[in-house]
Write a protein that binds this ligand. Structure first.
Ligand SMILES: *[C@@H]1O[C@H](CO)[C@@H](O)[C@H](O)[C@H]1NC(C)=O
Ligand SMILES: *[C@@H]1O[C@H](CO)[C@@H](O)[C@H](O)[C@H]1NC(C)=O
Ligand SMILES: *[C@@H]1O[C@H](CO)[C@@H](O)[C@H](O)[C@H]1NC(C)=O
Ligand SMILES: *[C@@H]1O[C@H](CO)[C@@H](O)[C@H](O)[C@H]1NC(C)=O
Ligand SMILES: *[C@@H]1O[C@H](CO)[C@@H](O)[C@H](O)[C@H]1NC(C)=O
Ligand SMILES: *[C@@H]1O[C@H](CO)[C@@H](O)[C@H](O)[C@H]1NC(C)=O
Ligand SMILES: *[C@@H]1O[C@H](CO)[C@@H](O)[C@H](O)[C@H]1NC(C)=O
Length: 481
């Protein structure tokens, strides 16, 4: 992410490019409908890279925001057109005005910003035939819901660089109810679509948007690096199946901050492939920072590490997290056959209200892709650090289950106060096949975590490269409504 420094010659070049692009864009509107009323409303958006000089509105490409007309072709045409500009003048921006924009899947392009007005709603089509079926993810070997391929996600991108998906809190509505129904009835032919998936890409920003009612996972960056996810609201009924919030999967250098997630599955699920497919692919998720996340997940975890973690998970830093009415805080999910590792995990500053388990580690998660998994593929779980936490109304403080003959080691818990609920189990901690230490923890942890007075668990002092990336403020003047 080498941002160009302000150098006079560069400024001259920028002006030149802007002039050239303005001429190009004047040529390009030839033949397009010119709207009489140029509202000239100015919108601000933050950008991981350059501000875009070439812009267009979805309505320039025949988009109709009536909630009924399909805009699939308009999106594809608009992005196909804007994609031709490449990185010239900082790339291009597609503006989605107020309205309800029914659409099937469309693909993103590089050096590109998708910007949703705050009253813009993308409505995902419920017509299953409109969803292309693509290959399963190589690190999963098969679809998550069914054998074979999977429906492409609503917004999809692969092999891209410099992509921004943002808005003034515009909405992406997956209209997932029929998909949840088919899932429950076992009627799915292929794996349900996600709302946003970015593969094999770098320099990605996803910000200031609301995702609702996804058919399945919401935001899925995979095999990618340098990712900022910021100011996102994700809402799904707490009983909807597998509506995970944000799932960084085999990604490096990712920053998730200021997000609010209510979901029927994990709010954030950190992943890296499934059993023998994930082991063979061998791409970990590492250098992940999660800050200021608020999560409500009555049936799942605030932050899950796994269960698909066969490529490994390393160097995750989470701080300033709020959990309300959630099943567990940070949960490690793994099992024999997964292989891989979960190590160097650091969590501090965690407030929990109404939890089943404040701490949960599961070494017998099961859930294999097929019967070809390797019984000798034992996961390594080590150096897991939790500190500075308060929890209230908790049913059980800790349920820490390692694997027999493969203990989870280097667990550290310090400065944690857990207030048990009226209905709490008599046994407050249940630890098997785990080893570590504790300090200043109430109620007193299990004997597997002996007290080492005064020792605060580790949390790295340094910053990850993605934390130093500044997003700049850009503005866009909407000429079309
Ligand atoms: C989007 O990209 C995927 C993968 O490259 C491809 O299968 C699909 O056909 C593309 N969709 C469109 C509408 O071009
Ligand atoms: C995308 O990148 C991956 C990994 O580098 C590569 O295997 C694949 O062929 C690329 N796909 C396209 C469509 O370029
Ligand atoms: C964005 O919209 C959602 C859903 O309406 C709302 O809950 C959230 O508070 C909004 N966020 C901001 C920053 O306005
Ligand atoms: C995006 O959301 C952040 C909070 O996450 C806020 O500080 C910022 O002003 C918002 N930006 C825009 C352009 O709405
Ligand atoms: C203990 O944790 C609380 C937050 O729960 C924090 O405010 C306090 O500073 C921590 N104490 C120490 C000694 O780090
Ligand atoms: C405490 O947790 C129980 C579930 O265990 C819930 O029913 C109750 O409403 C919670 N009480 C408060 C004060 O949040
Ligand atoms: C404690 O955990 C072990 C291992 O999962 C389990 O077999 C046992 O039943 C648990 N004990 C209680 C009292 O829940």
């Amino acid at each position: 992410m080498n941002l160009l420094k302000n150098h006079p010659i560069l400024n001259v070049m920028k002006v030149f490019l802007i002039v050239v692009l303005s001429l190009l864009s004047i040529q390009n509107v030839n033949g397009r409908k010119h709207h009489k009323h140029h509202h000239g409303q100015i919108f601000e958006y933050s950008a991981i890279s350059c501000c875009r000089t070439h812009t267009a509105s979805l309505t320039d490409f025949g988009g109709v925001g009536d909630g009924v007309t399909s805009n699939t072709k308009a999106f594809q045409a608009a992005i196909g057109h804007l994609g031709q500009f490449g990185s010239y003048g900082g790339g291009s921006l597609l503006y989605v005005p107020p309205g309800k924009w029914l659409t099937g899947s469309f693909n993103l392009t590089s050096y590109f910003t998708l910007f949703l007005h705050q009253d813009a709603v993308l409505l995902a089509t419920q017509d299953e035939n409109e969803w292309a079926v693509i290959d399963p993810l190589p690190s999963y070997g098969r679809g998550r819901d069914a054998d074979g391929g999977r429906y492409i996600s609503l917004i999809f991108g692969t092999n891209l660089t410099d992509v921004v998906i943002t808005g003034n809190n515009g909405t992406i509505d997956g209209q997932g109810a029929p998909w949840w129904d088919k899932f429950h009835k076992g009627e799915l032919k292929y794996t349900r679509p996600y709302l946003l998936e970015i593969m094999y890409s770098t320099n990605i920003q996803i910000s200031n948007l609301t995702f609702i009612n996804s058919p399945s996972w919401n935001v899925h960056p995979i095999y990618s690096s340098n990712i900022i996810i910021q100011g996102i609201t994700i809402l799904a009924p707490v009983r909807s199946p597998n509506t995970d919030g944000i799932n960084p999967d085999s990604c490096t250098n990712t920053r998730i901050e200021d997000c609010y997630i209510v979901s029927g599955d994990d709010c954030v699920a950190v992943k890296s492939g499934w059993d023998e497919y994930g082991i063979a692919f061998g791409m970990p998720t590492k250098q992940l920072v999660i800050k200021r996340l608020t999560c409500i997940s009555p049936t799942s975890a605030v932050i899950a590490l796994g269960s698909e973690m066969s490529g490994g998970i390393q160097d995750v830093r989470a701080e300033d997290i709020i959990a309300i009415n959630s099943e567990s805080g940070v949960r490690i999910k793994t099992g024999v056959g997964r292989g891989g590792f979960v190590k160097d995990i650091y969590v501090k500053g965690f407030t929990m209200k109404t939890m089943t388990w404040a701490f949960w580690m599961t070494g017998n998660y099961g859930s294999h892709p097929d019967d070809k998994w390797d019984p000798n593929a034992i996961p390594i779980i080590q150096n897991i650090n939790y500190r500075d936490m308060v929890a209230e109304n908790v049913t059980m403080a800790g349920r820490l289950e390692g694997i027999a003959g493969d203990p989870f080691t280097g667990i550290c818990i310090s400065n944690v106060t857990i207030e048990m609920s009226k209905f709490a189990k008599k046994l407050k901690w249940n630890c098997t096949n785990v080893e570590g230490i504790s300090s200043d923890v109430t109620p007193q942890p299990c004997a597997a975590l002996p007290v080492q007075g005064g020792k605060a668990c580790d949390f790295p002092q340094d910053k990850l490269p993605i934390e130093d990336v500044k997003v700049q403020l850009c503005s866009y003047k909407a000429n079309y409504m």
